[in-house]
Write a protein that binds this ligand. Structure first.
Ligand SMILES: Cc1cc2nc3c(=O)[nH]c(=O)nc-3n(C[C@H](O)[C@H](O)[C@H](O)COP(=O)(O)O)c2cc1C
Length: 169
């Protein structure tokens, strides 16, 4: 699939088959993630690969919006190392660039993925820290559920010209 098609046809996929993600696909997803741009090229983002069924089950609890992890063969947790940052305000930007790269790459490979936002005030936050054994300087930015799609998502028409502002019109 060409790049633009992978971007324009990407949808969140929340239903997965039991088929595991191959090592080859995982490797490509990780490379796509770490190819993302990064503020001041500080590259504070780490990716935690979660394939253990029990861990996936635990992470599917305490957050109704993350239930699909109970049926996903893979979760990638995107985590920022605070000690590598120049500007903490750009932490989420760095992590989001990694997440979107991975979601587009997954679509291009015929896989499906869904971005799972993490909020410090969620009950879900503590289990993430505990399961990933994150130290004080490691901050979760978001998780991604990934698998072989078991649902068909039609690409939405998202282009809205009222949200585009030309300087010469
Ligand atoms: C920051 C962020 C957090 C999100 N968190 C969740 C989530 O916790 N659970 C979920 O099912 N989808 C989550 N999503 C996916 C959105 O629901 C989805 O992108 C949106 O409905 C548009 O649909 P699409 O991705 O199919 O285009 C999140 C998306 C973003 C950008």
């Amino acid at each position: 699939m060409d790049t633009l098609t992978a971007i324009l046809t990407r949808r969140s996929v929340r239903k997965f088959t039991d088929e595991p993600i191959s090592d080859e696909h995982l490797d490509l997803l990780l490379k796509a993630g770490l190819a993302a741009p990064s503020a001041c090229n500080r590259r504070p983002i780490h990716i935690y690969v979660i394939r253990n069924r029990l861990t996936l089950d635990i992470l599917s609890h305490n957050n109704i919006n993350a239930r699909m992890l109970a049926h996903a063969p893979l979760c990638l947790a995107i985590v920022a190392d605070k000690t590598l940052e120049t500007y903490s305000d750009l932490r989420i930007d760095d992590g989001s660039a990694v997440i979107e790269n991975i979601l587009i790459a997954a679509n291009g490979l015929g896989l499906g993925g869904c971005w799972l936002g993490t909020l410090r005030q969620q009950r879900w936050y503590k289990p993430i820290i505990e399961q990933l054994k994150l130290s004080e300087n490691m901050v979760p930015i978001g998780l991604i559920a990934i698998g072989h799609p078991n649902e068909t998502r039609v690409p939405g028409e998202r282009y809205d010209e009222t949200k585009i502002h030309f300087d010469d019109k």
